[in-house]
Design a protein around this ligand. Structure first.
Ligand code: AMP
Length: 451
């Protein structure tokens, strides 16, 4: 090849040099490669989710990563940030006349796709509750930052069916929440917090919206620009606002609970009673609402402390009950409840928590004082390991300082094995956390090393 190039015309040679100097191609901003060993953790999270979901009777659904734009316009709502600003949409160059000019979109979330598939495959005809989970990438043109990507992964599920399948029962909400608590616990996520609220029925929310609009009217000029607009278009979304200057006004607004119908109140009480029975902790958050009309009753969010020390919370996953989404997409009545876990954030949390955690230390480090003590040290290690202790052995050729450093790094305690110790059967044990040193007989060792 080189020879060919050298003997070829000059422009071929130049082309080859040019090729070498070309700028490298990088992953698009907001997207990233997942590499080993991180992918091990991704696989572990996904395998754990699959195993938990299977135990709760969920089956996997895989929908296409792109759909017709209208699905999201209708299913997610044209007025949302997702649809109005964040979708990757293009006009298809399709070969067939019928495809040409079709507007397609990379899915920004998976609920609309799942409900479309539910309708398309006539799943309602079974009369059974459908429990479907998905794991896959979603796409939103957001401003990229840590924990916010343009291609990100969600692990989610939807439980839906005709009303006679029990799809609107409070039991289902509690079951989904208990399942999520189980999943987070099995993954070892520490410090998660479940915030819970009910947005009531469509009628409750209509009355609440009107009350909010009225309450906001005299004060809205003091709100930030975005909230001034929301106060007119969708006052519920003002409650979502993180703008620090607006919090005082928001805290003074009426609460949705004042507008719950008797049915809505009962439904929420039933969800809470079932969670209490299962010992799933939650915090009621009257400000947790969703702007879209088809969201009804239970809404929830799981957060974890963000690790910055500011006491703020990081959203791991969100979800809620809905009624009317299927109809918006041309389907039969099929109330349901769903959630989406931000897998990228879950992984970041697990990695951060693993770093924070003290590395697990062995029970003892055995330090032979001189090569001649190596066999006695190994024999002691054998005995202790047989007794179930985690033990590492140094080497008699090491200087005392090196043994100390290794022991401090690896184990909670160090056992010194010198000639005297072997002869007398008493050992010097150093406890690193207490900074103490004691002499112990062989029979006392196991108890002392595990305490
Ligand atoms: P949503 O579909 O907006 O309710 O989001 C559900 C969960 O997905 C959130 O709680 C986040 O954990 C996660 N999520 C949403 N948008 C992004 C993004 N751009 N990058 C990473 N995770 C995201």
């Amino acid at each position: 090849m080189i020879l060919e190039l050298l003997s070829g015309p000059a422009d071929v040679l130049l082309d080859s040099l040019h090729w070498e100097r070309m700028a490298t191609i990088k992953a698009v901003r907001g997207t990233r490669d997942l590499l080993p060993p991180d992918t091990n953790l991704w696989n572990h999270v996904e395998a754990t989710a699959r195993s938990v979901f299977a135990r709760y009777g969920f089956g996997e659904i895989r929908t296409p990563v792109f759909e017709v734009t209208e699905l999201f316009a209708r299913g997610v709502g044209e007025e949302t940030d997702i649809v109005s600003k964040e979708m990757y949409t293009w006009e298809d160059r399709g070969r067939a006349e019928s495809d040409k000019g079709q507007s397609l979109t990379l899915r920004p979330e998976n609920t609309a796709g799942v409900v479309r598939a539910y309708i398309e495959h006539g799943m309602t005809d079974t009369g059974m509750l459908q429990k479907l989970f998905y794991i896959g990438p979603q796409f939103r043109r957001e401003r990229p930052q840590r924990g916010r990507y343009r291609q990100f992964w969600q692990i989610g599920a939807e439980v839906l069916g005709p009303p006679w399948s029990g799809s609107d029962s409070a039991l289902r909400d509690a079951e989904v929440l208990e399942m999520l608590a189980t999943l987070l616990n099995e993954l070892g996520v520490r410090g998660w917090r479940l915030a819970l609220n009910s947005v009531g029925s469509a009628e409750d929310r209509k009355r609440y919206s009107a009350a909010l609009r009225e309450a906001l009217e005299p004060v809205k000029h003091n709100l930030c620009e975005d909230n001034q607009r929301r106060a007119e278009t969708n006052p519920l979304r003002v409650l979502d606002s993180k703008d620090p200057g607006d919090q005082e006004i928001i805290n003074g607004l009426p609460k949705i609970s004042e507008f719950w119908s008797e049915e809505s109140r009962t439904h929420f009480e039933q969800v809470k009673a079932a969670l209490d029975a299962c010992g799933v902790p939650y915090v009621e958050d009257p400000r947790l609402v969703r702007g879209l009309d088809y969201y009804t009753r239970t809404t929830f969010e799981f957060t974890v402390p963000d690790g910055s020390g500011l006491g703020t919370q990081n959203a791991l996953l969100g979800g809620g009950r809905y009624d009317g989404l299927s109809e918006i997409l041309g389907g039969p009545k099929a109330p349901g409840i769903g959630f989406a876990i931000g897998e990228d954030r879950l992984i970041l949390t697990l990695q951060a928590q693993a770093e924070e955690a003290e590395p697990a230390k062995l029970d003892a480090f055995i330090a032979p004082m001189g090569v001649a003590q190596n066999p006695a040290a190994l024999k002691l290690a054998q005995e202790l390991r047989r007794a179930g202790l985690g033990v590492e052995v140094g080497d008699g050729s090491w200087r005392l300082k090196k043994s100390f450093e290794a022991a401090d790094k690896l184990a909670r305690k160090m056992v010194i094995v010198g000639e005297d110790e072997v002869n007398s059967g008493t050992f010097t044990v150093k406890d690193f956390s207490k900074g103490e040193q004691v002499k112990l007989s062989r029979t006392e060792l196991v108890g002392a090393l595990t305490s």
